[in-house]
Design a protein around this ligand. Structure first.
Ligand SMILES: [Zn+2]
Ligand SMILES: [Zn+2]
Length: 132
């Protein structure tokens, strides 16, 4: 019984991960729930939450700390920055690298040992900027 539960968990987690990898955006937990429900109609929002938690704790998913008011998930673990739409809340990747020595430069200016940064750009996405 225990083993069966574990197997179901693993399968749920795999479906969740697959759906997130298919999506181009950075879905929130409830968006993931909507996507996953198509293949797992009986899954609960709580199960989705729990699996997202496990996936981000184990470093398989990244949680966006700068993705606006709702927590968003990213499967792309490589160092990249984000831009978010202040109107619809959509989050995209920024295909532009900051100077590689940015942390070192900031550290020497502020006297900190810099261990990372929180950075997000914001604005109106292409769809919203064409809306009146
Ligand atoms: Zn928008
Ligand atoms: Zn991203």
């Amino acid at each position: 019984m225990e083993q069966q539960t574990e197997r179901r968990m693993t399968r749920h987690r795999q479906v969740i991960l697959d759906e997130i990898r298919k999506s181009t955006g950075h879905p929130t937990a409830s968006e993931v729930y909507e996507m996953v429900r198509k293949s797992l109609p009986r899954i609960s929002l709580g199960t989705v939450y729990r699996n997202l938690q496990i996936l981000s704790e184990s470093g398989i998913l990244r949680t966006l700390e700068t993705g606006g008011s709702k927590r968003r998930f990213d499967w792309n673990l490589s160092g990249h920055n984000h831009i978010l739409c202040v109107r619809c809340g959509r989050v995209d990747d920024v295909g532009y690298d900051l100077k590689p020595d940015v942390e070192e430069t900031i550290g020497s200016i502020c006297g900190y040992k810099v261990t990372g940064y929180l950075l997000a750009f914001k604005g109106l996405c292409p769809k919203c900027r064409n809306m009146r």
